[in-house]
Design a protein around this ligand. Sequence first.
Ligand SMILES: NC(=O)c1ccc[n+]([C@@H]2O[C@H](COP(=O)([O-])OP(=O)(O)OC[C@H]3O[C@@H](n4cnc5c(N)ncnc54)[C@H](OP(=O)(O)O)[C@@H]3O)[C@@H](O)[C@H]2O)c1
Length: 352
Amino acid sequence: MAWRNKADSQLPDIIESEAELDEILSRPMHETVKTVSQLDGDILILGVSGKIGPTLARLVKRAVDEAGLRKRVIGASRFSTLGLKDELEKAGVETVSCDLLDEEQLDRLPDASNVIYMVGRKFGTEEDASLTWAVNTLIPAMVSRRFRNSRIVVFSTGNVYPLVPVSSGGADESTRPDPVGEYAQTCLGRERIFEYYSRKYGLKTLFLRLNYAVELRYGVLLDVAQKVFKGYPIDLRMGYVNVIWQGDVNNIAVRSLELCNSPPETINTTGPEIVSVRWLAERFGALFRREPVFTNREMEKALLSNASKCFRLFGRPTVTLEQMVKWVAHWVLIGGRTFNKPTHFEVTDGRF
Ligand SMILES: NC(=O)c1ccc[n+]([C@@H]2O[C@H](COP(=O)([O-])OP(=O)(O)OC[C@H]3O[C@@H](n4cnc5c(N)ncnc54)[C@H](OP(=O)(O)O)[C@@H]3O)[C@@H](O)[C@H]2O)c1
């Protein structure tokens, strides 16, 4: 099924403002609007206030409006980021402040037939692993019980796979999980807990094993671009990565609601390229007219996924790597705002 529609061909050469960026990231595709119009019930996004959730919530609301529906679009999280709650409300997304570790607050959430689950904790695991286990495995158990009659798309991660030889082309969904480090172990735990309840209650669910969503305010491309721009050394040991434009991730997440199943479906979610970090730095170097500085050498293995199944189901991502590189380079050159949240993609021992 082809992904391209009229809206997708209307991508600008450069992005000049956050308003423009948010508009592009929250643009629903024709197929997404179709999915939303075929779903019964409301849509609830848990963990809405992170890096991906705000643009996903706006995209869902736009899809609902374009389909001429009256569905509620609700976003829940603790809203640690100031001002975000108001911004989402202005965009027509209902918001609920909720600490999902608190059973009573979870019980008070509105019912919804469709849940997109984005809750997670990664950084700080080395300092307090028990909290990471609680967020990444206990909340899934509580949410599975609370929303056992809903369909749930769960954001997971490619980190559940072991590092694989670059020559393998990346782990596919049949590769046995073998997570490196405690954060990644909790992510496999998140999947296993949802799977347990899926098998026990018939909960319809689906895992999106994502690696490296990219937009201009954070992501692997920004991390590499900033280092090249500032002349900081780039560690080449994790020498290859997969990336995907966050707007494509958002559309895939909504369209996946239709595919939730018991036992769960699993879909690797990333772009088609095995991107060489060295090549990426050199591309940015050419655009900035600066020579990148490298340390270490590429290992033979890397954290890589094969997303062929995703392309078969949803088509190829609409935004190319070349386009993302140009957008990010321009953003760095104009000093665009960032989230100041490095991905730490270069970590090879799984310690975050
Ligand atoms: N971004 C990527 O490239 C990437 C790659 C692989 C996997 N993923 C997965 O995709 C998901 C979404 O990604 P992201 O980058 O948006 O993650 P993120 O920025 O870490 O956001 C996590 C969300 O969880 C919420 N949360 C944490 N503890 C909570 C609690 N006790 N109660 C309620 N909400 C809580 C946070 O909001 P508050 O702090 O405001 O509550 C936030 O909204 C994550 O689970 C991550 O594992 C992302």
